[in-house]
Design a protein around this ligand. Structure first.
Ligand code: CP
Length: 308
């Protein structure tokens, strides 16, 4: 049985296989599952992109999505995560997508016999976001080796930063962090730099959401200070290399991490990341449920479906 729990469990070959497969699907190589498959998305934390793009991916793959809302479920009668998941398995789900506030919640689910796709665990991992980010970078540059990447912002609370740092480093990119002291995480041997010292040399500027709900200062104070020191604005935008790209997992705080005028500018990949998220999640569903990866890039649209 294949799960997708974190980036650490994927080899470089599997990561590239998922990316090639997602790009082929985007080009039109779509093969919905040829048997009825049922899936449920169990989101114990709020989500727009991850939940809705998994739903879209499931619809495009011909799956039936079994609705589950924590707010109207027996979670509110005290049912455990394990018993809830075991119930979804017992009624016939073939896989579950789960987002949960507890780091590594999936360690409790070892008794399941159906695959789990991690839609984000606390401040741990967000592998489907990481994979769609990697797909977006690969579309721009065609490789990862030697790319100069900075991840900017609330590193400490960010599962996106951790997943991306691990995966991109493993794939050969140079990853550095930019963050105010209060947002730094010293768990990784990563160099911290100032954005203005490296802005002209970077290939990828990955912005993170400032998790305003976790900070004491008012939104107005954070907004005023953060953008001038750490935010992407028009002045910094013009100092980026011509082929550099700006990314953000969203939701964005406009005028904090990025000024509004840049959100949809040429170098921004913020909305294309969301589009890629659907194709990457289709690729993940094929991998988890069929073992399908595309082991090399193809420019034609022949189905390959190489099994691992
Ligand atoms: N990027 C991301 O995970 O967005 P949501 O929280 O809206 O799913």
């Amino acid at each position: 049985m294949r799960n997708l729990l974190s980036m650490e469990t994927l080899s470089n070959e599997e990561i590239m296989g998922l990316i090639h497969q997602a790009i082929a699907i985007k080009k039109g190589d779509i093969h919905p599952f040829n048997k009825p498959l049922y899936i449920s998305n169990l989101f114990y934390e709020n989500s727009t992109r991850t939940k809705k793009s998994f739903e879209m991916a499931q619809a495009k793959m011909g799956m039936t999505t079994i609705d589950f809302e924590v707010s109207t479920s027996s979670v509110n009668k005290g049912e455990s995560l394990y018993d809830t998941c075991k119930t979804m398995e017992a009624i016939g789900c073939d896989a579950l997508v789960i987002r949960h506030p507890e780091n590594a919640y999936y360690e409790q689910l070892k008794g399941l016999t159906i695959p789990v796709i991690n839609g984000g665990d606390g401040s741990g991992s967000h592998p489907s976001q990481c994979l769609l980010d990697l797909m977006t970078i690969y579309e721009q540059f065609g490789h990862f080796e030697g790319l100069n990447v900075v991840i900017v912002g609330d590193i400490k609370h960010s599962r996106v930063a951790k997943s991306n740092y691990q995966a991109m480093t493993k794939l050969g990119a140079r990853v550095r962090f930019v963050a105010p002291e209060a947002y730094r995480e010293h768990e990784f041997p990563v160099e911290y730099v100032e954005l203005d010292d490296v802005i002209e040399e970077i290939d990828v500027c990955m912005l993170l959401r400032v998790q305003l709900e976790r900070h004491q200062a008012s939104h107005h104070e954070i907004q005023a200070q953060y953008n001038s020191m750490y935010g992407m604005n028009l002045e910094r935008y013009h100092r980026l290399k011509d082929d550099a790209i700006i990314m953000h997992p969203a939701p964005i705080n406009r005028e904090v991490e990025i000024t509004s005028e840049i959100v949809e500018a040429d170098k921004s990949r913020i909305f294309p990341q969301m589009t890629n998220g659907v194709y990457m999640r289709m690729s993940i569903l094929k991998y988890v449920l069929e073992g399908s990866l595309l082991l090399q890039e193809v420019n034609h649209l022949e189905p390959i479906g190489a099994a691992v």
